[in-house]
Design a protein around this ligand. Structure first.
Ligand SMILES: Cc1ncc(COP(=O)(O)O)c(C=O)c1O
Length: 400
């Protein structure tokens, strides 16, 4: 080759998404004819409820197959606003809402619209893989605050305060959390909110798992905690997790009007509108019957209880109680330094790779969430798959 197109400095430093990398490896094993028990990806195994799919088909038949307003159709924005009003009593106008190509795109829009070079964004670890990379892409500096399993992976108010510098702009809160499944309670959020207001920060509140909350745990939307929070919070949510619509790519933000305006303009230059068909399907999801959400939650609850029991039964594994989302984040530190199947397991990446190679169970290493010594395993899989997967994890650990 005599010429190679050089890649930009900004993408040179970009880490590929580890969850997608593990699932690519799992697909490779599958293509060799082996069954893979895939606990690596963060998506419901259910198919999108039929009435939502039907709305997508109807939209196509009715000719809603053209460009829409870049920031989303007014009907969908209205339905989004009404949902947060009825669920959390939060008032938003439609000019505060931007509909994007999935919540990940919404998060990218937020960083791009609010972060200047070298602004600091505080991210408690373990954190969802894309946050830190998207902050860096936007020229900002992710400031990672490690949390402890003994404190259920929650950042303390003291830790937050200690890490604030004159360059700190934003705090990122993901509750319920991907990857830990842990959710902050009202008191804990209030203590954080107090510091946010005192130190003049703004918050990205990723509330994508608000409807996937278990037992007596109660989800609290961040701006409801104080009347000074709505002006300094940008909420992210979407249909991917709640309605099993990951492939439809619809997410959205609630923000102050000036930010929504700029995000809409940014989107109009970058991607234009999210798929018109998906927007109509999302409208049906939000305005239609919600039994589908309750039914999926019942199934997730049963799986979550099963997985918690299995993890606690396996020698040397532990994980905090999963309050929400659909992930277990278990501690493997007691097994590091051992040889399994003749291979030295000295970090979480080795653990996950060998578990996949030797037992065909796909999980994701804690290191990719900024937390070495742990493994994330999704429980968005059938009970049959979970049973076989945990039998195999137990066998792997016992060296069978
Ligand atoms: C915490 C969190 N935020 C955002 C997203 C992105 O969701 P979407 O599929 O709508 O882009 C995910 C998906 O894994 C997630 O776990």
């Amino acid at each position: 080759m005599s010429f190679e197109i050089p890649v930009s400095k900004i993408v040179q430093g970009l880490e590929p998404s580890a969850t997608l990398a593990m699932s690519a490896k799992a697909k490779e094993i599958k293509s060799n004819g082996k069954t893979v028990y895939d606990l690596s990806v963060g998506e419901p195994d259910f198919i999108t409820p039929q009435h939502i799919c039907a709305a997508g088909v109807e939209a196509m038949k009715a000719g809603f197959t053209k460009y829409t307003i870049a920031s989303g159709i007014p009907e969908l924005k209205k339905a989004i606003a009404e949902k947060y009003k009825s669920d959390y009593n939060l008032e938003y106008n439609t000019n505060q809402i931007v509909v994007s190509n999935g919540a990940k795109h919404s998060i990218h829009n937020i960083f791009f619209t609010t972060i200047n070079p070298n602004d600091e964004v505080i991210i408690p670890a373990p954190y969802w893989v894309s946050y830190a990379e998207l902050v860096k892409l936007s020229g900002g500096i992710p400031v990672i605050i490690p949390t402890e399993e003994s404190n259920n992976f929650k950042m303390t108010p003291e830790q937050l305060e200690k890490n604030i510098t004159p360059k700190t702009k934003m705090l990122l809160l993901c509750s319920p959390s991907n990857p830990t499944g842990v959710m902050y309670n009202r008191n804990e959020l209030e203590a954080i909110a107090e510091i946010v207001i005192k130190k003049n920060l703004f918050v990205l509140a990723d509330e994508i798992y608000d409807k996937l909350v278990y037992g007596n745990n109660k989800f609290v939307s961040f701006p409801t905690l104080h009347d000074k929070l709505q002006e300094r919070t940008i909420i992210v949510n979407g249909v991917s997790k709640t309605y099993a619509m990951t492939g439809w790519r619809i997410g959205w933000t609630f923000s102050p009007v000036n930010i929504a305006k700029k995000m809409g303009e940014l989107q109009s230059q970058e991607t234009s509108n999210p798929s018109s068909i998906s927007q109509y399907a999302a409208l049906a999801a939000l305005t239609g019957q919600q039994n589908c959400v309750t039914e999926m939650l019942t199934a997730f609850t049963e799986r979550r209880n099963y997985v918690a029991k299995r993890i606690n039964e396996i020698e040397g594994l532990s994980c905090p109680e999963m309050n929400g989302a659909f992930y277990a984040f278990f501690n493997i530190k007691k097994h590091l330094g051992k040889k399994i199947g003749g291979v030295l397991i000295d970090n979480s990446e080795k653990f996950c790779l060998e578990l996949l190679t030797q037992k065909q169970v796909a999980t994701v290493m804690g290191s990719s969430f900024g937390c070495e010594g742990y493994v994330r395993a999704s429980f968005a899989a059938s009970l049959d798959v979970l049973k076989t997967a945990y039998d195999r994890i137990a066998d792997f650990i016992e060296g069978k």
